[in-house]
Design a binder for this molecule. Structure first.
Ligand code: LLP
Length: 414
């Protein structure tokens, strides 16, 4: 299903015209398709059907309250990495009992908030974190439910910044050191062991490393069982890639085969933590061409979106397809689509073939994940608005930030 389509040459998301959205809500504007969110979630449900499972949406991919609420309604749990994400999920109606808390640097305050809420599980990333959590839980008269995030040392074959499962990465406990840590956890009064987890990286297009990681984790689960430690769940993380340009994202049927062959007949619940693959292709960034600077060998299309709105191209050299909202003839010269931010690294796309006309709209595709959630106010640019479309209905799910809002919280000294 592709919710993005053309009618009379003009782009629509579901039944809503992008030109109309830009006219009413302005640009830059993040636009999401509810049908695409639902379809992506359902594809995981189908992959996991027949196995006890929980799909914990990785909030960091896109934490807008309305998106969290939609996933909560579909039955999702959530993978959070901060107290802020915890608060968002609870505000959006997510159930605490379906929240797993990942991340290497959980503070004491975050632990307390999560214990108070009664979350499903802390994914423990170090010996020190386990000791701290034990102490905090005991002080509060609570028992913290934990899983240990193991680092299986497999190469996920993705961008080095988003690879997490190699031993040189900061994440998890080396799988070889997990067993003693489980023993230690089992002896702690404030801790109850409920699971194991791993997450090897993001934008994975090859399923083999995931299968490999699962096998290593299952091997550990067997060893733990032989010393009397039985787990309620096995969390295999997120990471499935999406198509930005010409990648072949993992096939969900193949993913299902991997899961079924490893988990059928087992009693543990399978948890997955997808982010990008649930929201990435459900969203786009709508931007207007402010200026066209014509050069000898290339043109620059200066748009009103910038690296502060969509950081992925600047940070990871990531490719996002850019298409005109109204089809308008052949491109003249190759062009760089750049923003107004004062950095050479401020680009949305390089060397593209786009016919540039000032005032026209462009859609930057596959921007639903790690777009708005990584945006900033750099160059004192207010953050964009966000809109969710459902057939012909339009929900403004985040107002455009105001200039006043930009400075809220700051104080003059004289
Ligand atoms: N679970 C854990 C523990 C994670 O660290 C992540 C992502 C996920 C789940 C979700 O992974 P996903 O299904 O979205 O691949 N900003 C980067 C991506 C960073 C991913 C960080 N961790 C980007 O824009 O490509």
């Amino acid at each position: 299903m592709n919710p993005l389509h053309r009618m009379d040459g003009r782009l629509f998301l579901e039944e809503v015209s992008l030109e109309e959205l830009a006219r009413v809500y302005g640009t830059p504007l993040y636009v999401y398709s509810q049908a695409a969110l639902t379809e992506a979630f359902d594809s995981y449900e189908r992959a996991l059907a027949g196995l006890p499972h929980l799909i914990c949406y990785a909030v960091k991919a896109n934490g807008n309250l309305a998106i969290l609420q939609h996933f909560a309604r579909l039955g999702a749990g959530f993978d959070i990495v901060s107290g802020g994400e915890l608060a968002r999920v609870l505000r959006a109606g997510g159930q605490a009992a379906k929240i797993v808390f990942s991340g290497v640097g959980k503070t004491e305050a975050e632990m307390r908030a999560a214990l108070d809420a009664g979350i499903r599980c802390f994914n423990i990333e170090s010996e020190s974190e386990l000791s701290r959590l034990n102490r905090v839980a005991k002080e509060m008269g609570r028992i913290a439910l934990v899983s240990i995030r193991v680092n299986p040392d497999v190469d996920p074959k993705t961008h080095p910044y988003i690879s997490t499962g190699l031993k040189q990465n900061k994440f998890g406990i080396p799988i070889g050191r997990a067993q003693p840590l489980y023993r230690q956890a089992a002896s702690m009064d404030g801790i109850e062991i409920v699971g194991v987890d791993c997450h090897i990286g993001s934008q994975l297009t090859d399923l083999a490393p995931i299968a490999d990681a699962i096998d290593r984790v299952l091997d550990l689960v067997g060893k733990l069982s032989s010393i009397g430690i039985r787990l309620k769940h096995i969390d295999i993380g997120g990471g499935l890639g999406i198509r930005y340009r010409d990648e072949t994202p993992p096939d969900m049927t193949d993913f299902r085969s991997i899961l079924i062959s490893r988990f059928r007949g087992r009693s543990e619940e399978v948890i997955v933590e997808p982010g990008r693959s649930l929201v990435g292709n459900a969203g786009l960034l709508l931007t207007r061409i402010e200026y066209v600077k014509r050069g000898d060998t290339k043109n620059f299309i200066v748009v009103d979106a910038a690296m502060n709105d969509l950081m992925r191209p600047s940070l990871y050299d990531a490719f996002h397809d850019i298409v005109p909202v109204c089809q308008s003839g052949e491109p003249d010269l190759p062009c760089d689509v750049v923003g107004p931010v004062c950095e050479t690294g401020d680009f949305i796309g390089l060397n593209r073939a786009i016919r540039a006309r000032e005032g026209e709209l462009l859609a930057v595709l596959s921007a639903g994940a790690y777009g708005m959630s990584m945006s900033s106010n750099y160059n004192s640019r207010p953050r964009s608005a966000e809109v969710l479309v459902n057939k012909n209905k339009i929900h403004l799910i985040r107002e455009r930030e105001t200039i006043e809002g930009l400075m809220a919280g700051e104080r003059l000294v004289y």
